[in-house]
Design a protein around this ligand. Structure first.
Ligand code: NAD
Ligand code: MG
Length: 399
């Protein structure tokens, strides 16, 4: 495909996921401004094949080797010129390419850390949805952005809203960040029945349509916890300056409170194409395909304080960030293992925080300074989480 020099080359890491699909949707609305250089997926051959035919990227990466082979055969048969790469190395390679201007970091979980970091080190515009990468690597990631002239634009709707509500330069006059969250599907459910929650109930978010892992995180409120840590790093702020505000309608996506009594908020319908379009277009605004907010339709906005007893994961996250980088890595790793085990029905919903609490108790204080130390802690915490499940569990039944 011929591209104008003004068109930005984009790698979409995790293009087959919820954020990936929304990103391609916004890009397609502006085919004069953006073109896909590389698309990546873990194992979804059919979906990546369709996306390759549609977007004609130079590269497609499938982490799974066999899936990569299947994709390559199918693309060749279809006459496509897309080159297929495989493995984690393939992800890093397409995050660093010279021909890439922007990288959408939309792989879920720790698997996104290396390519997201590679994009930052290569000085790209990093559009960060993969909050787990930042929770794990904190200072290291922020330093990589700073020292390599990368641009970091938050995709998480709350952080994108905060970014929009902050002063254009610096943080003069900012008092605190008000991080909103819907409270998830179990905000008002009888607390004594939470152990009976099924994976199907947990992934049914009241307002947002998202991937499975983040949907479960929203149900435990670990998502908000990870977002508190994410906000600390993105906006260089202590966690004490970040107040979680439960706002069930998800109309306000977050706010910034100023010393003069002003509160600046960003509002909109819950559609991730808004923050994606913002990051793609920044500093300009571009059309996103999102329906305009109808205030008469919204009618009312409610606010509540978060319930740390019902949602212990939120408290774990605040505490972990205070303890240090190792604890944040352990928090994330234990949560990833717990969520996968819950979705496979190996543990029940209330065992998610039990498992995470156990792993955090085993974790040292302090903060890693190099990538290897991060990866070692991640592996160790996953092992501890696995052992907890093995020692505590048989098959869980949902009554
Ligand atoms: P998803 O599960 O829908 O998609 C995940 C993508 O990552 C897929 O393309 C998948 O192929 C790829 N992937 C999964 N495991 C992988 C692995 N081991 N190696 C390489 N690639 C792998 O997830 P999502 O909902 O799009 O979320 C992606 C990220 O964005 C998460 O970090 C999430 O917290 C964040 N986020 C999502 C939303 C949302 O609305 N979905 C909102 C805010 C932030
Ligand atoms: Mg969010």
């Amino acid at each position: 495909m011929t591209q104008t020099t003004a068109s930005k080359g984009i790698t979409v890491l995790g293009s087959t996921g919820s954020i990936g699909v929304s990103t391609l949707d916004v890009m397609a609305r502006h085919s004069d401004k953006f073109h896909a250089v590389a698309l990546t997926a873990n194992t979804q051959v059919d979906k990546l094949f369709e996306q390759c035919l549609l977007c004609q990227p130079q590269y497609a990466v499938m982490v799974d080797e066999q899936c990569a082979e299947q994709l390559a055969v199918r693309l060749q048969k279809a006459g496509s010129e897309t080159q297929v790469l495989s493995g984690k190395e393939g992800l890093v390679q397409v995050a660093e390419l010279e021909s890439v201007d922007y990288v959408m970091a939309a792989i879920v979980g720790a698997a996104g850390l290396l390519p997201s970091l590679a994009a930052a080190k290569a000085g790209k515009r990093v559009m960060l949805a993969n909050k787990e990468a930042l929770v794990m690597s904190g200072q290291l990631f922020m330093d990589a952005v700073k020292h390599n002239g990368a641009e970091l634009l938050p995709i998480d709707s709350e952080h994108n809203a905060i970014f929009q509500s902050m002063p254009a330069v610096g943080k003069q006059g900012v008092k605190r960040i008000l991080l909103t969250g819907s409270g998830g599907p179990f905000r008002t459910r009888n607390i004594d029945t939470l152990h009976q929650v099924t994976p199907e109930e947990a992934v049914a978010h009241p307002n947002w349509s998202m991937g499975q892992k983040i949907s479960v995180d929203s149900a435990t409120m670990m998502n908000k916890g990870l977002e508190v840590i994410e906000a600390c790093w993105l906006f260089d702020t202590p966690s004490a300056n970040i107040q979680v505000v439960i706002h069930p309608q998800s109309t306000i996506h977050s706010m910034v409170s100023y010393i003069d009594g002003s509160v600046i908020a960003q509002l909109g319908n819950p559609d991730m194409r808004t923050p994606i379009a913002y990051a793609l277009g920044w500093p300009e605004r571009i059309e996103a395909g999102v329906k305009e907010l109808d205030f008469f339709d919204v009618a009312r906005l409610d606010f509540e304080a978060p319930d740390f007893v019902r949602f212990p994961c939120l408290k774990f996250a605040y505490d972990a960030h205070e303890v240090g980088g190792y604890a944040s890595i352990a928090l994330n790793a234990a949560n990833e293992v717990a969520v996968a085990s819950f979705l496979n029905k190996h543990i029940n919903f209330t065992e998610i925080p039990q498992l995470i609490g156990y792993v955090l108790e085993q974790t040292q204080g302090g903060t890693p300074v190099i990538l290897d130390e991060i990866l070692i802690q991640d592996a160790a915490s996953r092992k501890q989480a696995g052992l907890w499940i093995k020692n505590n569990k048989k098959q869980t039944t949902f009554i």
